[in-house]
Design a protein. Structure first.
Length: 277
């Protein structure tokens, strides 16, 4: 574990080993909020122990989206007495319906979670749901806003805002290419622009992985994604029988580019004319 970083009054971020996940901690006067719980019981315990070094207050948990490294530690927190797990409705549905399919991703990091054997390896589905409207959560002397800006990295990305700090999950990733496996690339670029436009409200912007970011970093990420959409669309039009020919022109690695093209084809936006037919 790294040391806690102060990212605003009563706001902290902890970088975990392995997946380099940024776990957020927001401390009020009556309770504290943990943002993302890691990829299994071992990592979940390490996060919980680190949290308990900072505060003994009752805890609530937020899962920013339904990828294993952000929610597989939930059972550890449930065992510790946490009963309130927040998420967007699409995230909660994904965890409930297909969360078990992600066990194969944890591998040697969390062998118990991978096999489904041992303590705290059950899936704990979020039970307090955010839909399209923002929700205010009172921690005592500090109010947190949970909100959804649309489909992007997944269809259930939840942002966590405090008076000084915005935790954005994997909508923003610093130090690595974005992950497109469950993404909506065209819409994701729009969400990133919205985040960049909100940046004047927050002193700190915390990505799901990597170092705190500036609004310019987010804007550049959005512009890069928009350019990639245009490049891929043109290449697909030029070689409709072999979309992989777009890979060399895209600004991402080969694997990410394959997923980018696949998801772009699967999630193609309808034009207004198509939508009215």
């Amino acid at each position: 574990m790294s040391e806690w970083l102060d990212v605003g009054p009563n706001n902290f971020v902890l970088v975990t080993k392995g997946s380099l996940l940024n776990t957020g901690l927001i401390v009020g006067s009556e309770r504290a909020m943990v943002v993302d719980t890691g990829c299994g019981p071992r990592q979940g315990r390490e996060i919980l122990e680190a949290v308990r070094e900072k505060t003994g207050l009752p805890l609530i948990v937020v899962n920013t989206h339904a990828h294993y490294d952000h929610f597989f530690g939930n059972a550890v927190f449930a065992r510790a007495g946490v009963t309130e797990f927040w998420a967007h409705q699409n995230c909660a549905s994904e965890i409930k319906e297909r969360g078990d399919l992600q066990r194969r991703h944890v591998g040697v990091w969390e062998p118990g979670m991978s096999s489904g054997e041992g303590d705290n390896v059950e899936l704990v589905t979020p039970n307090v749901i955010v839909k399209d409207q923002p929700v205010l959560v009172d921690l005592g002397s500090l109010t947190v806003t949970l909100f959804h800006l649309g489909r992007g990295h997944t269809d259930g990305d939840l942002l966590v805002g405090t008076p000084t700090t915005l935790y954005v999950g994997d909508l923003v990733e610093q130090g690595a290419h974005p992950s497109f496996e469950d993404s909506y690339p065209e819409e994701w670029a729009d969400v990133l622009r919205h985040i960049s436009a909100l940046r004047h409200r927050y002193e700190f912007l915390i990505p799901g992985h990597g170092e705190p970011c500036s609004d310019q970093f987010v804007k550049t990420m959005a512009d890069t994604m928009t350019t990639a959409v245009r490049q891929a669309r043109q290449s697909i039009r030029d070689t409709p029988n072999d979309a992989t020919k777009a890979i060399p022109v895209l600004p991402y690695g080969p694997e990410q580019s394959r997923w980018f093209i696949k998801r772009l084809q699967e999630t193609k936006r309808k034009s207004p004319q198509e939508g009215s037919r």
